[in-house]
Design a protein around this ligand. Structure first.
Ligand code: FES
Length: 98
């Protein structure tokens, strides 16, 4: 079962074992992880599931899709090369910063 560690802006870490087929966002919402709001329920419309995937884990995530890229372009947060929408991440063994 994949394991994901969410690191909030205040440094609080929450580690979850996530069932196959569950997105990083869904697991966070179901478990009440602070910082993952997911207002649109994963429809790629809100960016309130925005996370930063640790750079050394990017190879384990699928390529960014055009709609995800466009949505993240509108966020107020800094945009390095590795921001991702957690509603599109089905983890292998990744780490996400909320
Ligand atoms: S929950 Fe809205 S874009 Fe992910």
């Amino acid at each position: 079962m994949p394991r994901v560690t969410y690191i909030a802006q205040d440094g609080k870490e929450t580690t979850l074992d996530i069932a196959e087929g569950t997105t990083v966002m869904q697991a966070a919402v179901y478990s009440g992880v602070d910082g993952i709001v997911a207002e649109c329920g994963g429809s790629c419309m809100c960016a309130t599931c925005h996370v930063y995937v640790r750079e050394d884990q990017l190879a384990q995530t699928p390529a960014m899709q055009a709609d995800e890229d466009a949505m993240l372009e509108g966020t107020a947060s800094p945009r390095p090369d590795w921001p991702r929408s957690s509603s599109r991440r089905r983890p292998g063994s990744t780490v996400a910063d909320a």
